[in-house]
Ligand binder design. Structure first.
Ligand code: KG4
Ligand code: ZN
Length: 360
C-alpha cells in the first residue's frame, strides 16, 4: 500500500511543503522497488527578505515561515488532499526556523489526527538521489543534469552499490560510502567552511548579492577558470576531509592586492578550485572502494560546472552518475518526505525537537 506523506521543510530560508506518494520496501534488492510520486511541491523562497542583510537572519526566517505555513496549508486544504503521515525537518538547520515548522506540524497532527514524524534534512539531501527524474535520462547512469526539458517523469533511480555520495550544501560537505539504503559510512567532511558557505563568503567579499552560490556561478560563466591559480586545499591529503576556509582567504587577499582583476576571472578560478577538490576526492574514494555509482546532491549540486565535471569524470571511469533533478538540489520538502519514508522503513526515529547539529 502506498503511503502519502505530507512533508514540511523550514530549516533555512525556504518554506516548503510537499505531498509525496511513497511505496516499496527495503527488502528487495537495495531499494530498487522504491517509488516516490510527487503530488504537490510548494516552495516559497525568502531570498528577497534576507537579501538586504547579505545572508539569512534566523528570526526573520522564523517569522516568514510562521506567515507562509498557514497560507500554504489553506491552499492544500482547498484541494482536499489526502495523506497518511506528516513529516517535518527537525535538523540540522537554524533553530528558530526549524521550530516554526515543528510547531506547525504538531498542531496540524493534532487537528487532523494523523501521525507525525521527524526527518533529517541531510538524509533528505542524500535520498533526493532516489526521487523521480524529470527530463532525459542519460544512458548508463541516471543523470538529469540540466533538467531543462520537462518531459515525462521517469521512474526513480536504480543505484548500484557500493556508491560514493557527495553531499554539498550551505552547512555541510560530506563524503559517504553507501553499501545500501540503510548502511553508510562517513568517509570525511569539512573541517571548517562548507562548500556552499565558501561560495557565499566569496560572493560577499566580491560585493555580489546573496545568495552567493548562483551569483558566483553566473560570474564564473564569463571568466577564465585558469586565470588565477588558487590553492586546492587538502586535495593531495590522504584523508577524505575537506577545508575551504583557506581558499576563501586566498580569494580575499588576491582581490585586495589585484583590484583590477575581473570578478568573472576570480569567480571562475575560485569555482574551479572548489570543483577540483570535490571531484578529486570523490573519484579517489570511488576508486578505493570499487564504487558502482557516484551520487551528488545538496544545494551546491545545482552548480552546473560541478555537475558536468563530476559527470565527465565518472563516465571516463565507467561509473554511473546520479544527481537529482535541478529543483531537488536546493532545499525542498519532497526530499523530506523521501527521507521520512526511508527512515520509517529502517525503523529510525527522531525526537520532535529542533536539533541544529543533526548530521548523517
Ligand atoms: O542545500 P541548500 O539549499 O541549503 C542548505 O542545506 O544549506 O544549500 C544552499 C547552499 C548555499 O550556500 C548556496 O550558495 C549554494 O547552496 N548554492 C550554490 C548554487 N546554488 C546554491 N553553490 C554554487 N553554485 C550554485 N549554482
Ligand atoms: Zn539543505
Amino acid at each position: 500500500m502506498p503511503m502519502r506523506i505530507l512533508a514540511f521543510e523550514t530549516s533555512c530560508d525556504e518554506t516548503s511543503v510537499a505531498l509525496v506518494e511513497c511505496s516499496g520496501t527495503l527488502r528487495q534488492a537495495q531499494g530498487r522497488n522504491l517509488r516516490f510520486r510527487v503530488l504537490e511541491n510548494i516552495v516559497s523562497s525568502q531570498v528577497a527578505i534576507h537579501r538586504p542583510f547579505g545572508g539569512v537572519v534566523p528570526n526573520l526566517a522564523k517569522r516568514e515561515h510562521q506567515l507562509n505555513l498557514p497560507k500554504i496549508w489553506e491552499q492544500l486544504k482547498k484541494k482536499k488532499i489526502r495523506f497518511d503521515l506528516i513529516a517535518v525537518t527537525v535538523g540540522p538547520g537554524l533553530e528558530p526556523a526549524l521550530w516554526a515548522g515543528i510547531e506547525f506540524a504538531k498542531k496540524l497532527s493534532q487537528e487532523t489526527d494523523k501521525p507525525l514524524v521527524g526527518a533529517n534534512h541531510m538524509e533528505g539531501h542524500l535520498f533526493s538521489n532516489w526521487l523521480p527524474l524529470i527530463g532525459k535520462v542519460s544512458s548508463g547512469g541516471g543523470s538529469a543534469s540540466g533538467g531543462k526539458s520537462k518531459k515525462e517523469k521517469v521512474k526513480s533511480a536504480v543505484i548500484k552499490f557500493p556508491a560514493i555520495a557527495l553531499v554539498v550544501s550551505g552547512g555541510h560537505t560530506i563524503l559517504l560510502k553507501m553499501d545500501s539504503l540503510t548502511k553508510w559510512k562517513k568517509l570525511g567532511e569539512t573541517r571548517d567552511d562548507a562548500a556552499g558557505e565558501a561560495f557565499d563568503k566569496v560572493a560577499r567579499l566580491l560585493g555580489l548579492q546573496y545568495p552567493g552560490g548562483p551569483e558566483v556561478e553566473r560570474f564564473a560563466k564569463n571568466g577564465n577558470p585558469k586565470a588565477i591559480d588558487f590553492p586546492r586545499p587538502m586535495l593531495r591529503d590522504k584523508s577524505y576531509e575537506f577545508s575551504f576556509s583557506g581558499l576563501k582567504t586566498s580569494v580575499l587577499y588576491y582581490h585586495r592586492d589585484n583590484p583590477k582583476t575581473s570578478k568573472e576571472d576570480i569567480c571562475a578560478s575560485f569555482q574551479q578550485a572548489v570543483i577540483d577538490v570535490l571531484v578529486g576526492k570523490t573519484m579517489r574514494a570511488a576508486e578505493e572502494f570499487g564504487a558502482g555509482s557516484v551520487l551528488l546532491s545538496g544545494g551546491v549540486a545545482a552548480n552546473q560546472a560541478l555537475r558536468k565535471n563530476l559527470e565527465l569524470k565518472t563516465k571516463n571511469f565507467g561509473l554511473d552518475f546520479y544527481v537529482p533533478d535541478f529543483q531537488y538540489n536546493t532545499d525542498n520538502a519532497v526530499m523530506i518526505a523521501a527521507a521520512a519514508y526511508i527512515a520509517k522503513l529502517r525503523g529510525k526515529k527522531y525526537p520532535m525537537r529542533a536539533n541544529s547539529n543533526l548530521s548523517l
